[in-house]
Write a protein that binds this ligand. Structure first.
Ligand code: 8DG
Ligand code: MN
Ligand code: MN
Length: 375
């Protein structure tokens, strides 16, 4: 018979095609509850448990309509006992005592606060928590704390960076990048990836792919683009990484690592906004509240055209979709998929692709448009 994953993906495609675009409140409640438990598990170092809750939330998200009875739940894949229990609780009582207990926990609240800082991962957040730090004020006032440049920027722009980025803002930033890129290299192709490519109306950052139809022309472009934007005062933070695929990614490395080897910059842009737009003015009454700009996280990724379809697939997400797809290719197809290539471990060769459709074809899957990848 067909593999569970293949069934899951095709079941998932059908559901996504049928779903309504509007989120219904109870479903939201269920997903949020499962996501809270997933976060809590990851804060405790239980990655397996965390993933189980993510899977369950993802299944709910892909349903065409709201779940109302526990019987419907029993017919769904991907639900463990714990997730079922929590969902049942919410369906019956309107809330889950366990979830409420978690959100009240000081450790949970602090870890959530700290890991929402750009540049702060679980390990750092946990260390700070153990050291007795509890608030952003604690971090800002601490004398002995050694922050990286990235964390400093993350802390400085915390409020802005935790405000959603709108589609209009994302388009504006893509346009800015495109104009500057074209001034250095006409024909540069700029693509908005990430959640916005999946049709989301807002996101936590802007993911931009940069390529050029002529292989190799894209090399060195990013530092020029960043330099130009910086001289215009549009960059608050950047961290340029050189590409490393020449040494690190080769057919015989057979790397299953999810780390990318593209030239890239995880940066913070200074985006001009009309001061009456958004809740900037409403947030407080300090002189800062009249500021006419907003800090926005931007991921810029440069890819040679030969790797572009893989980079596009990898950077469109969602994270959970990518994880499931990579697991599927590995387990069911004995192929290693990452943002650079697809490697057939049986034939021992890299499979070249000219578009995303090629990749789905190699994997024996029906093509899924980006809007179906919101798992
Ligand atoms: P959001 O920003 O609206 O919250 O959602 P998103 O756009 O789906 O999430 P994201 O965190 O911006 O990630 C977008 C995709 O980028 C995700 O599927 C994973 C992919 N990605 C890579 N490499 C890397 C990497 O090194 N870091 C991060 N953060 N994402 C990466 O392929
Ligand atoms: Mn994103
Ligand atoms: Mn991103």
């Amino acid at each position: 018979g067909r593999s569970p994953m293949l069934l899951h993906i095709s079941w998932f495609t059908e559901c996504m095609a049928a779903r309504e675009p509007v989120k219904i409140e109870p479903r939201h409640l269920l997903e949020d509850a499962l996501e809270t438990l997933s976060k809590e598990a990851s804060f405790c170092g239980s990655d397996g448990r965390s993933l189980a809750f993510i899977r369950a939330a993802s299944v709910l998200r892909s349903l065409p309509s709201t779940l109302t009875t526990i019987e419907e739940l029993n017919r769904l894949p991907g639900f463990g006992e714990h997730s079922k229990r929590v969902v049942q609780e919410i369906l019956e009582d309107g809330f889950s005592a366990e979830v409420e207990r978690v959100t009240q926990k000081e450790k949970y609240q602090t870890m959530k606060l700290f890991t929402n800082i750009f540049g702060v991962g679980m390990k750092t957040a946990n260390r700070w928590y153990q050291e007795g730090l509890r608030s952003l004020g604690d971090l800002r006032n601490s004398q002995k704390l050694k922050l990286s440049k990235q964390q400093e920027a993350g802390l400085q722009h915390y409020e802005d960076l935790n405000m959603p980025v709108s589609r209009a803002e994302a388009d504006l930033i893509a346009k800015m990048v495109e104009e500057v890129a074209h001034s250095f290299l006409p024909g540069t192709i700029i693509t908005l990836a990430g959640g916005f490519r999946r049709g989301k109306l807002s996101g936590h950052d802007v993911d931009i792919l940069i390529t050029h139809a002529q292989e190799g022309r894209e090399e060195g472009l990013l530092s020029k683009v960043i330099g130009q934007l910086q001289s215009q005062g549009l960059i608050l933070y950047h961290d340029l990484k050189r590409n490393s695929y020449h040494d690190a990614f080769s057919p015989d490395s057979k790397s299953t690592s999810n780390m990318d080897h593209f030239e890239r910059s995880f940066s913070i842009f200074r985006l001009k906004v009309a001061s009456h737009i958004g809740d900037i003015g409403a947030r407080d009454h300090s002189p800062e509240s009249s500021k006419d700009w907003k800090a926005v996280r931007v991921d810029l990724v440069v890819t040679p055209i030969s790797q572009y379809p893989y980079a596009l697939l990898g950077w469109t997400g969602s994270k959970h979709f990518e994880r499931e797809l990579r697991r599927f290719s590995c387990n069911e197809k004995k192929m290693v998929l990452n943002s650079h290539a697809l490697y057939d471990t049986v034939e021992q060769k890299i499979l070249a692709a000219t578009c995303e459709e090629d990749i789905f074809l190699y994997l024996g899957l029906e093509y899924m448009p980006p809007s179906d990848r919101n798992a």
